[in-house]
Design a protein around this ligand. Structure first.
Ligand SMILES: [Zn+2]
Length: 82
């Protein structure tokens, strides 16, 4: 059973280390989605423990593909052709 302290540490490290043994040799498995939550199973390859990361949808960003391209009239030196 994980202590609250171990959980807190895990979250502070953004889930990069096993909360049981501290190894960074962890492997994320399948994710399940439920409403605005995502649950991802994680396995430690060092101590073989498993746990579940809980993610919540907090924000969205527009796709970078929609960024406007630089106008072709910009010269190589960065000045804009008139
Ligand atoms: Zn471990």
């Amino acid at each position: 059973m994980l202590s609250e302290e171990a959980k807190k540490k895990y979250l502070e490290d953004h889930g990069v280390r096993c909360p049981y043994c501290g190894s960074d040799n962890i492997d994320a498995q399948d994710a399940d989605f439920l409403d605005d939550m995502m649950y991802q199973k994680v396995e430690c390859l060092n101590c073989q423990k498993e746990w579940t990361d809980h993610y919540k949808l907090v924000d969205i960003g527009e796709s970078e593909e929609d960024d406007p391209q630089l106008p072709e009239s910009i010269c190589q030196d960065g000045s804009i052709a008139k």
